[in-house]
Design a protein around this ligand. Structure first.
Ligand SMILES: Nc1ncnc2c1ncn2[C@@H]1O[C@H](COP(=O)(O)OP(=O)(O)OP(=O)(O)O)[C@@H](O)[C@H]1O
Length: 264
């Protein structure tokens, strides 16, 4: 076993994802294979409706795989209890949280739920994790504001802080840059990169910011209607994988600049 194999935290083998209704399976993506190493920042890109959220929901145990294997720390995901999973994997979804009436501090403290006692009292260790999360996401000054008072960009940082407070080795985020302006999109993705390299957390996020993801991530998962590719961004460019993402008549990928260009 080489050192990369030893550090694999999430391994996906021949995975099929999709939906099951009255015994009929609708497969959204199949033959998905990849292995993510500890401390890597991995982006998931693909056209609207290709199956990014479906794949992420399957990887977080929120919906069942239709086929194949997901190994978390070499153990099948399906064998983790909800409590065990909450200590390994935190999830940041796009939907606004139901409890926007909470203060920022209360929202971030919710991340400590897997560790707190039944009345939810925070130990010194819990407080340390919450303070680290506030600091890392620059949300300390917002701590006593209500979540409903925040802008989308501020709320996104709070959602990331809640996941950080949960202190799991893996954080999975579904489109963390939705509704943000270009500066805040870059800010959030740079924050994820910093967290992955400084805390050795493994971070997997879906995004439509392909140009930014190419610049910032260690690896990318590229979902197309035929295949899902997984590799370093430069190798994916070399192999022409981004050319297959969108219909060529409208935009094409320029491998020299690493950017999409509108066709005139
Ligand atoms: N609950 C559901 N039941 C059945 N089909 C669904 C369900 N949710 C999504 N789908 C279908 O699964 C396919 C993939 O959807 P998904 O939301 O995973 O795509 P996506 O890549 O995340 O899209 P987007 O970039 O637009 O968010 C789509 O055809 C969608 O209609």
């Amino acid at each position: 076993m080489n050192s990369e194999e030893k550090n694999i935290i999430l391994q996906v083998q021949d995975l099929a994802v999709g939906y099951s209704k009255k015994g009929n399976n609708t497969i959204v993506a199949e033959a998905v294979n990849f292995s993510i190493v500890k401390g890597e920042l991995v982006g998931l890109v693909g056209a609207n409706g290709i199956g990014k959220s479906t794949l992420l929901r399957t990887l977080t145990g929120m919906q069942n795989a239709l086929n194949g294997t997901i190994l978390l720390n070499e153990k099948p995901l399906a064998t983790y209890s909800p409590f065990q999973l909450a200590t390994q994997l935190s999830v940041v979804l796009t939907e606004a949280p139901a409890s926007k009436n909470l203060s920022v501090l209360e929202m971030i403290s919710l991340g400590r739920q897997p560790y707190t006692n039944w009345i939810g009292t925070l130990s010194e260790n819990d407080k340390k994790a919450v303070n680290f999360a506030l600091d890392a996401t620059e949300t300390t000054t917002l701590a006593h504001r209500k979540c409903y008072e925040l802008s989308d960009g501020q709320m996104q940082r709070v959602a990331i802080a809640r996941a950080l407070a949960q202190d799991t080795p893996i954080i999975i985020l579904d489109e963390p840059t939705t509704h943000l302006d270009i500066y805040h999109r870059a800010y959030v993705l740079k924050l994820l990169k910093k967290l992955a390299s400084e805390t050795q957390k493994t971070i997997l996020f879906s995004t439509h910011e392909i140009d930014l993801a190419i610049q910032l991530t260690n690896k990318l998962l590229v979902m197309t209607s035929k295949n899902t590719y997984f590799d370093e961004p430069c190798k994916l460019i070399e192999a022409g994988r981004f050319n297959a993402l969108f219909p060529k008549e409208t935009i094409h990928f320029d491998g020299n600049t690493g950017r999409f260009v509108i066709k005139s």
